[in-house]
Design a protein around this ligand. Sequence first.
Ligand code: HEM
Length: 126
Amino acid sequence: MQSSVGNRGKDPVAKGGMMLVRLGFLIALIIGLGILTGASWASAALQWHMLAGVLVLIGIWTATIRLATQKRSGMGPVWAAAVLGIVGAGLGSAAMSGAVSGIVHMVVMLLTIGLAEMGVARANKA
Ligand code: HEM
């Protein structure tokens, strides 16, 4: 089995998780940019933005737990993405109450996606 411990190939479950990350990110980013620019359709779609964003977090955590279970090396950026994603989502709700700028929320989520893509690609090779 490709997914067994000690196998150093690309993991199919982590791959599925990252597909979810990309799909959710695309939807969350489009709606998020709509909110940022004050588009009325986008503020009405805030629950879809949050749903897509939560799918991103589920995808990252799926890949993280899976690769960690296989004791892959180079997991640092993957764990960082998993934790930063939660922090970034929290900043989203803080942005809603006006406590932080929505830009900060967006930048943290962009960093999260970058770390996840980079980390999972590296851990998949390890
Ligand atoms: C996945 C990547 C994500 C990106 C790129 C992203 C990006 C954005 C952007 C650009 C905005 C508009 C900011 C503003 O005008 O204030 C926004 C707003 C918001 N986001 Fe996200 N977001 C993401 C994920 C999430 C997640 C996971 C949650 C929480 C479950 C979330 C919750 C919110 C909320 C509540 C707002 C409204 C803030 C406001 O009313 O100003 N977002 N997001």
